[in-house]
Ligand binder design. Sequence first.
Ligand code: NOJ
Length: 585
Amino acid sequence: MMLSHRVGRACHVLVLVLCLSAAEDFDWSANNHDSFYYGTFPNGFSWGAGSSAYQTEGAWDKDGKGLSIWDVFTHKKGKTFLNDTGDSSCEGYYKIKDDISLMKELNLNHYRFSISWPRIMPTGIRSDHVNEKGVKYYNALIDELLEHNITPIVTLYHWDLPQVLQEKYGGWQNISMINYFNDFANLCFERYGDRVKYWITFNNPWSVAVEGYETGEHAPGLKLRGTGAYRAAHHIIKAHAKVWHTYDTQWRNKQRGMVGISLSGDWGEPVDITNQKDIEAAERYVQFYIGWFATPIFHGDYPQVMKDFIGRKSAQQGLGTSRLPTFSSQEKSYIKGTSDFLGVGHFTTRYITQKSFPSSRGYTYFSDWDVAELVDPRWPDPGSEWLYSVPWGFRRLLNFIKTQYGNPMIYITENGVSEKMMCTELCDDWRIQYYKAYINEMLKAIRNGVNVKGYTAWSLLDKFEWDEGYSERFGLYYVDFRNKNKPRYPKASVQFYKRIIKSNGFPNQREVENWRRKATETCSTSNQLLAAEEQRNTAANILRLIHDPLTSHMEMVTEVVVPTVCTLCILISAVFLMFLLRKRN
Ligand code: NOJ
C-alpha cells in the first residue's frame, strides 16, 4: 500500500472552476469529464489479464527454488496483514491448465505473468546454478498459452529479488545488481525468447524503490529515508537500459520481440486550476511518480523539477551533493530510447495542492516534492483504502504520457479494483462499473490519438496482495484460500469483461446494460455454489475442532466464526437477489 495514499486520506469537498492555465506542453485545464462513449477499439487491440509470480504461484520452496526477499520478509512477524505469506497463495504453480481454461473462458488475447528469478536461479547468480525444474515450469506455461492462442507478456522483475543478492550486496542499493539482473534476463531471452515476444524488465519500480527502501512497507523492508529510494531507482533504471541493449544487440534480430518497462502512476489533478501553484504541484506529483522513471528512459535524464527540488533540499540540509544521483552524459545517451513500448499500470487519482514541508520534519522522498494529496468524498472507494474510482484521471494520465514522451506505444499492464468486504461476494457490480468506466476512458484516449495497443485487467485471480496479505481481492475470479485446493469461482465481472472483449468495445447502450444485467444474474448461481462449498468446509472444520482439544481460540474464530458469518451473508444476498429478480419479472 502506498504511504502517500495513507497521507492523502484527509477528505475535502472540492469544487473545481475551469479556466485557462499557462500554456504548457500538457494542457492541465482541459478537464472535460464528458459522458460515456459508445464505440469499438482498433482492430487487433489486445485484451488480457495479469498476475505475478510471488502473488500467485505458491510452491515457495519446491523443486529447487531459492528464497526471494518476499519469502523472507513475509516469514517475519508483523510485516503483513495477519502475517499472511505467499507460501501457497493460489497454487498457480500446479494449475497451469486450470488457469488457462479460465483465460479461454474470458477469450483473452494475452496473459501477463512474471518469472520468479530465484525459481530459475536460486541464488540469483547464473554461475552458481540454473534450476532446470524452474526453467521447465515457465516453458510449460508458455507452451500451453501459445497452444491456446494466448500471447505471453512476460515481466522479468515483479519484486521477488533472490534473497542471497539482498544479503550479500544490499539488493538494489548496490550497483552490482545491474549485471546480475542482466545475466538473469539473458537466460530468459535464451530459454524463452523463441516464443516470448513481449518483455517487461521491471514492474512498477516506484514501489520497489519507495516501499522497499524508503518506507520499508515492502520487502526488503529498509527505511533509508531520503536516499534509499533514489539510489535503488538509479540502479534499476540503469539495469533496465542494460537489458534493453542486451536484447537489442544479441537477440532482436533473431527473436524479433520487444522490450519495455511497466510504470505505475496515479494521476494528480490540480485542486484549483486557476492557481499556478496547484498546477505546478500537480505536475510535480506526476513527475515524482511516473516521470522519475519515464523521463530518463524517453529523454535521457531525471525530470528537471526533481533535480531542482531534491537539489535545493539537499543543499538546505548542508549536503555537498544532491541526494538524487546523477547520470554521466554517456549514461544519458545509453539510457535514452530504451523502451520499445511503455507498460502503464494505473488505478487511481488524487487532487493535489502545494504544501511546504518544514525541514524540522526531516528530509524524505515524500517531503521533497512539497505537495499535499486530497480526495473527493464523492469518489467511490469500494476496495483498498487508497483506491478511489476516478475514471477520467486515467484518460488525463494517458494524454500526459502522449504529450510528454512523444506518443509512445502503450500497453496497459495493470488496471482494476479490489474489494474490502470480508464476506464472499461474487456479484461484484462495483468492479463492473469500474472496468466499464476506466476502459471507456481509455477508448476516448485512443480516439484522442494516444497509442494504446492493449489492456490488461488486474488481476485474473484473487491473490496475495503484498503487505495487505489476502485481505484485498483484485481478481476477476474469486479464490477460496481456506480450501487447500484453492478453487476458483467466476465473479460477475468475468461475464462483463468477456463481453467487452467479444465486442472489442461498447456497441450501444442497450447491449451494454444488458451485459450488466446478465452478469449479475449468473453470479447468483455461482454465489450459491460457493456458499454450499463453504458450508461443507465449515461443517468439516467444526468436526475437526471437536476432535482436537488443543485447537486455539484463534483458529475457532478464523475457521468457524468467519466462514459461518460469510455463508450467512451469501445466503442472505442470494435470497435478496432472487427476490429482486422475481419482482422484476
Ligand atoms: C501494483 C502491483 O504491481 C501489483 O502487484 C498489485 O497487485 C497492484 N499494484 C495492486 O495493489
